[in-house]
Design a protein. Sequence first.
Length: 213
Amino acid sequence: MAKNEAKTEIPDSGIAARFRGFLPVVVDVETAGFNCKTDALLEVAATILRMNEDGDLHCCETYAYNVEPFKGANLDESALKFTGINPFNPFRMNQPEEHVLREIFRPIRSEVKATGCTRAILVGHNPTFDLNFINAAIERNQIKRNPFHKFSTFDTATLGGLAYGQTVLSRAAQAAGLEWDDSSAHSAKYDTEQTAELFCRIINRWHKLEKQE
C-alpha cells in the first residue's frame, strides 16, 4: 500500500459486507441494435436494492428514463421491431443521454455512500450487454463520476441456471414464483424490476440455506 493511500473499511454487516463492498444495482437497457458504439441507447432503468435486519434483499426505488438517440446514432429496424419502441414518438418524453446518466447515477452514488460500499456493481440478465452500452454512453458524454465497476457484474442468467435450471429471464422468473407479462416485456423498467425480484429471490434463497447449516 502506498504511503498516503487510505484503506477503505468495509462494514462488518449489511449489504456492503455481503457483497465485499459492492452495492448491487439492477440495470436494463433497451437499444436500437447490438453495437454499443454505433447503435442508440433508447431506454435505461435501474432498481436499487436494500438489505433488511434479517439479511434479506428487497427491491426499493426504480429509476427509468426514455433516452433521445445520440446524434448520428444507428437505428436498426429489426431491433426496433423486436422492442416495439418508436424513438420519435413525442409521448416518450425522450431526454438526452447525458442528462439521463447524471440523473440515474445520482441516487446510486448516494446509496453507495449510505451503505458504506465502495462502488456499485451492475446486476443484469446477460449484463455484459447492458454494461457495454452504459460504458459507451459514459464515454460519449465524458461523464467522470461513474458509480459502477467498469467490468464486473452479477448475471441472473447464470444464477437462474444455478438456482432454477432456467437461463431465459421469463422462465427463470416464473420458476422463482414471479408472475410474467409478455406484453410488458422488453421495456427497461419492467425487465429491470423482474430481474431485481429474481436476483433477490436467488440471494435470499441462498441466505436461507446458509442459516440452516
